[in-house]
Design a protein around this ligand. Sequence first.
Ligand code: NAD
Length: 256
Amino acid sequence: MGLVTDKVALVTGGAAGIGRATAKTFAAEGAKVVVSDVNQDGGAETVRMIEKAGGTALFVAADVAKKADVSDLIAKTVAAYGRLDCAVNNAGIEGKIAPFAAQTEENFDAIIGVNLKGTFLCLQAEIAAMLETGGGTIVNLSSIAGLIGFSGLSPYVASKHGVIGLTKNVALEYATSGIRVNAVCPGGVDTRMLDSLAEQVTSGAQSATDMMAPLHPMGRIGTPQEIAELIVWLSSPRAGFITGTAIPIDGGYVAQ
Ligand code: NAD
């Protein structure tokens, strides 16, 4: 038996990085998976990888910052698999690094729009679907940037603190409705997003690993698979008494 056998799982931002690893892990643990993203080629590739390994998945294109896209995504999930049991609100962008005084309204709106409003829109639609079938689980991607500040990243930090606030509030409001809602707070993870941040800070002089590994007490960054394992476990019945939490998974970063 897998951890989530016969569950229906949705992963936004499933075309790459942490989302792809999470979608593959859900499938390996027995779930039927809906992979969603704005990146159609990457999303289709994640589905191919799952099917090649013997799993079940489909891709639905959706921009989480657009309410109509999110409604369509949930409707297609329920039409295909009959229900929604486990949702992972993972789609996110890092935006531009700049000192606070130089942060633009455009950068702020873009980051808040995807990371925070996107999570809000997905939560509303996912919960409505889950209430139809007696409950479910939701994991939101926050970050260590949801727990502490990072110079140059004020809109991203605000968005990820906001994700934790939404997580706590929605967990409270649905605690007796069979819906558990948690956030995970990764440290540096080896994905395109971390590469982009390293490129912006060092203009190519240092890789993401070289820049970020020494900042973590364990002396390394995380892998997408390590984050996926926590997300799928939190989504499983093994974590049945856990709701409203924001769990660091960061090689000790926020313990410093
Ligand atoms: P990534 O850039 O590799 O993947 C993000 C995915 O989200 C991409 O496939 C992208 O196309 C998709 N996406 C972006 N905007 C979207 C939108 N509007 N609608 C739908 N999909 C959209 O990044 P990642 O590192 O895998 O990040 C996944 C999540 O983990 C993000 O929420 C990120 O903030 C968070 N996170 C990442 C790290 C890290 O170090 N990589 C650390 C902490 C938290």
